[in-house]
Design a protein around this ligand. Sequence first.
Ligand SMILES: NC(=O)c1ccc[n+]([C@@H]2O[C@H](COP(=O)([O-])OP(=O)(O)OC[C@H]3O[C@@H](n4cnc5c(N)ncnc54)[C@H](OP(=O)(O)O)[C@@H]3O)[C@@H](O)[C@H]2O)c1
Length: 339
Amino acid sequence: MTEPVFSPSAARYDSMEYRRCGRSGIRIPVLSLGFWHNFGSYKPFQEVKAMAHCAFDSGICHFDLANNYGPEYGTAEENFGHLMEASFRPYRDELFISSKAGWDMWPGPYGNWGSRKYLMASLDQSLKRMKLDYVDIFYSHRWDPETPIEETMQALVDIVRQGKALYVGLSRYPADKAQEAFSYLAEHDVPCLLYQDRYNIIDRAPQCSGLIDLAKENGVGFISFSPLQQGLLTGRYLNGIPADSRMARATSLREDVLTPAMMDAIRGLNSLAESRGQSLAQMALSWLLNDTRTTSVIIGTSSVAQLKDDLKALDNCYFSEEELRRIEEISAPVQLKTL
Ligand SMILES: NC(=O)c1ccc[n+]([C@@H]2O[C@H](COP(=O)([O-])OP(=O)(O)OC[C@H]3O[C@@H](n4cnc5c(N)ncnc54)[C@H](OP(=O)(O)O)[C@@H]3O)[C@@H](O)[C@H]2O)c1
């Protein structure tokens, strides 16, 4: 037998907390790692590998992907496939890996939205890129207003029956459609494992729409993405726009979000974090984890140093009433309440 190239820390499960996904047998780490940015073709593979190894060594065994993560579309999944070959293959049964389809992926009428044709073909492509026989969870990445919800949900059910995914999830569904989808899946014995949405100190949409409670009532776990609002809820933009930042790359985070009100909120939250002995990124993550309805938060990172900083959030997830009140007061002027 050949020695594995990668030898993860024997203590990797010692300091991570694992929470149960709704009414299921599955627990996932409270911090999960997302491959949306910084894991595709623009990033040297050595850096991708270093971040993924650091995560796994620290107990992060859930990796969140989608067909179109990169950038370039598909390249984050390709790099995950390289990781499987380079290091992770012997640890496949320790990993919980997701993929998704629902946003634009390839040209023409079959490479977008929620048809059975798109979901089935996309997952086959993802499995090839990631060099996997199955994913642990496959998501419908967004609600499609033009495809009957029964068609999208039946495709998810059949994907599980085919053994290509063990569980299914939903992302970015309006509350009424999420309820229809949860019910359909439960009635077909493939209960939804996780509902995924953007949720953080600034973006309160899933709280305001009732989705977080709805997921709980349906026995579905809630997993938050962009917990740092793509880097706004960190020290990254306190003194301008760093050249190597997501905002400077002008992909998904625009400069015009840095309004005077937003800068006031970021500075105020940063001071509060300092008084708690945390970085702003750590406090933003701790705030989410303080709510036990949150199963996990999917962090993004562009370096091992950021990842290590984020991991320290687990050291202090307790907030006094006064601290929670201050967070509401400071963030109120910039809170987003709808999708
Ligand atoms: N379901 C969906 O529709 C959907 C949509 C979006 C995302 N997601 C998932 O959620 C994951 C996370 O999203 P996200 O990347 O937007 O998450 P995020 O955690 O809100 O933002 C990550 C960015 O914050 C900055 N950062 C992280 N830690 C830091 C630290 N300690 N100090 C300073 N800056 C720090 C980095 O910015 P720089 O790059 O500037 O260094 C990093 O790229 C994605 O990878 C994906 O898996 C899902």
